[in-house]
Design a protein around this ligand. Structure first.
Ligand SMILES: [Mg+2]
Length: 392
């Protein structure tokens, strides 16, 4: 078996209304799929997290010529081949997002070739994966008071559909953030809650929010500080009982090892479509395990990334584990996404806030290629457009 073609699909869909987090408002969703075709007709799909046109250019111009003719079952060999070939540029950023999607596609091919789901190849279980609902994004067409009421109602809809764990966005401004955190705990006294600032605070601000999260019994404080501020994250972690989580901006075993060594985090959140793919994720998970750090993959994309994150969770070790298991929750984006909801013929299903695996081989996800065309950007006509249409 050898790779005969590699094709990228940079996808975009406009949102019916903008949604925001601490850094910007989105008016569109952008994703990047990669299709790897083999000489025997086997096809594997991967997903890359990040600016889709730039990743497409990296794959088409640099990685595709490198892997045509290679055996996709040799994922470790291929990862190292791609890593070494562009080592000067692979260590952080777009190139590693490109490797991530290709690696996921190699795993999909391996599963199909060996007639097994990815989780079986990883040695994971078939048990349902408990999910947490990510949503409650800011709106720029409402007053803060109106917005907060709507965010609480949005959250109530997730709870009524079976979710027992919600993650809210903070980092707008400190007064609003405190009000939001308090009102969410008041409205949902027995629901698990986490808060994500998307690196919005300085150390003193983060400390004051951490104190509030402690009193309100939130489970984790996500990206409280700038991703490179390892030292202050470690200081914050030592000063609070709330778990400190981050890692969606981090890549490779080397990046996560630096975080582990600095004592910065209680929870690693690698995005498998960005950190280096499933091959590299296993090494990151080993670093986490040896440092007694939890792993909760970041997952904010399409159903391919969701499938690979769920498969990864199925094999993660407990830290340290006990008779009454503490579940590792899968991130389930609840925001509007017409690409995610219309381009897949098969995928794993979510029932009562838990993902149930199907029995398909590989990632267990089938892409409807006929549905891709209307969302696919063409690099020549789009090169002058922003990859992420942001309102700032
Ligand atoms: Mg986050």
């Amino acid at each position: 078996m050898e790779i005969s073609d590699v094709q990228c699909f940079p996808l975009r869909t406009d949102l019916s209304r903008s949604i925001g987090f601490s850094q910007s408002y989105y008016t569109s969703k952008n994703n990047c799929l990669v299709k790897v075709t083999c000489s025997d007709g086997t096809v594997g799909w991967g997903e890359c997290y990040g600016p889709n046109l730039a990743i497409t250019a990296a794959i088409e111009n640099h990685f595709k010529p490198l892997i045509i003719g290679k055996n996709p079952l040799q994922n470790e060999y291929l990862w190292n081949h791609m890593w070494r070939a562009f080592l000067d540029f692979n260590r952080q950023g777009i190139f590693m997002a490109a490797i991530s999607g290709l690696d996921i596609a190699f795993w999909d091919i391996k599963g199909k070739a060996l007639q097994a789901p990815i989780r079986t190849l990883l040695g994971g279980s078939n048990d349902p994966i408990a999910c947490y609902a990510t949503g409650m994004y800011f709106r720029n067409d409402k007053s803060e008071a109106q917005m907060l009421e709507e965010l609480l109602d949005e959250a109530a809809s997730y709870v009524s559909s079976g979710y027992t764990f919600l993650k809210v966005k903070i980092g707008k401004n400190l007064d609003f953030d405190r009000e939001l955190l308090s009102q969410f705990r008041c409205r949902f006294p027995s629901t698990k809650l986490a808060a994500d600032s998307n690196h919005a605070y300085n150390f003193k601000e983060a400390m004051s929010i951490a104190r509030l999260l402690e009193t309100l019994d939130y489970i984790w404080f996500e990206e409280p500080l700038a991703p490179d501020n390892y030292a202050d994250m470690a200081r914050l972690r030592e000063s609070t009982s709330v778990a400190i989580a981050a890692g969606e901006c981090e890549q490779t075993r080397f990046g996560f090892e630096r975080l582990a060594r600095a004592g910065s985090l209680d929870i690693f959140q690698p995005d498998i479509a960005y950190c280096g793919g499933l091959t590299e994720f296993q090494k990151i998970a080993a670093i986490a395990s040896s440092a007694h750090i939890d792993v909760v993959p970041h997952c904010w994309g399409l159903k391919l990334n969701l499938a690979v994150a769920a498969s990864a969770i199925s094999m993660l070790p407990e830290n340290p584990g006990r008779l009454e298991r503490r579940p590792i929750f899968l991130e389930m984006d609840q925001t509007e996404h017409s690409v995610r909801d219309s381009i897949f013929l098969d995928s794993h299903t979510v029932v009562d806030g838990a993902l149930q695996f199907n029995d398909l081989t590989g990632l267990g996800v089938t892409v409807d290629e006929s549905a891709l065309n209307k969302f696919t950007l063409h690099i020549d006509s789009s090169i002058n457009e922003e990859c992420f249409k942001l309102e700032t």
